[in-house]
Design a protein around this ligand. Structure first.
Ligand code: ATR
Length: 279
């Protein structure tokens, strides 16, 4: 019998995972570029995560994306963890290496920056302080990325102040913690403003941070993309800010994984957005 090349498999592990847009995104790129491969949703409970992860390469998987609630757990299991994933404390992209080692990376920060570069090409991160609302898991990737691209100061406010304090400890003196009750005032003079809280997301509490201090011409972006135009972005735009929605972060964070697994760097464009939005 001739040895046929194996068709590369990849997927997203979550629990639940049915809501994930990643299968639609990767499936579209596979078709667009005429590549052999499949990308499937894998609903795996936390207790089974490690054994499933170790089994997948033996079944022909070349890698996976990992989402809630496994992103932190992955760091403990992986054999190789990139510096940025270690700093962020979570990983979302796995490569199953030929030598059997599990390689884990975090591409959320790359996705965040690539989205801003694509949709606000004149954005200059070094121009002034960034203000970050929220200090959850997603905020860690955002703050790490902002510091890496040269933002001079990252102001951060979170309902639970202690979580914001941890950012200063982990990311250093360019991080300045503000009280959540002062989140509005923190926007004064900020060149970049990011909502990383779940406020304004469909089904969650309303976004109520006052934007009076938001500077005209500042860049405002939300990591929430359901709805696409959040209350924060609507109000920021009314106040003269440039706004970028959060869908592009999801699309761009998928690029490095797809390229490694399937051998072709995919392009994020309007058609990609449309396909994922209609999924
Ligand atoms: P993710 O990993 O997606 O960032 P998360 O870690 O649960 O999710 O973080 C959600 C963020 O939204 C946190 O900053 C959270 O604040 P707390 O750390 O105080 O929980 C913020 N958030 C959620 N609901 C909020 C509310 N009603 N008011 C203010 N902040 C809220």
């Amino acid at each position: 019998m001739t040895d046929l090349p194996r068709i590369p498999l990849a997927g997203v592990i979550g629990h639940p995972v049915a809501h994930s847009r990643s299968p639609a995104l990767h499936g579209f790129w596979l078709r667009r570029y005429g590549l052999k491969g499949h990308y499937v949703p894998l609903d795996i409970a936390p207790a089974d995560f490690e054994s499933a992860l170790r089994m997948l390469p033996r079944m022909g998987f070349v890698g996976v994306n990992v989402t809630l609630p496994h992103k932190e757990n992955l760091l403990r299991i992986a054999d190789i963890v990139t510096d940025r994933a270690a700093l962020i404390g979570a990983a979302n992209t796995v490569i199953f290496r030929k030598d059997g080692k599990i390689h884990a990376d975090n591409t959320d920060g790359l996705g965040f920056i690539a989205n801003l570069r694509q949709n606000a090409p004149d954005w200059r991160p070094a121009e002034g302080p960034a203000a970050v609302l929220g200090a959850g898991g997603a905020a860690r990737a955002v703050v790490a990325a902002l510091l890496e691209v040269g933002v001079p100061e990252v102001r951060i406010a979170n309902r639970t102040r202690l979580r914001a304090e941890a950012f200063r400890k982990d990311f250093g003196a360019r991080v300045v913690v503000h009280d959540w009750t002062q989140a509005g005032a923190m926007l004064e003079g900020a060149a970049t403003v990011i909502n990383t809280t779940s406020l304004g997301m469909t089904g969650k509490a309303d976004f109520t941070v006052p934007l009076d201090a938001l500077q005209r011409g500042a860049l405002a972006t939300d990591i929430v993309y359901t709805p696409l135009k959040t209350q924060f972005l609507i109000e920021a735009e009314e106040r003269g800010a440039r706004v970028v929605d959060g869908l592009g972060m999801l699309l761009h964070q998928a690029v490095p994984g797809f390229e490694r697994w399937f051998g072709h760097k995919p392009v994020v464009d309007d058609e990609t957005r449309r396909v994922v939005l209609s999924a």
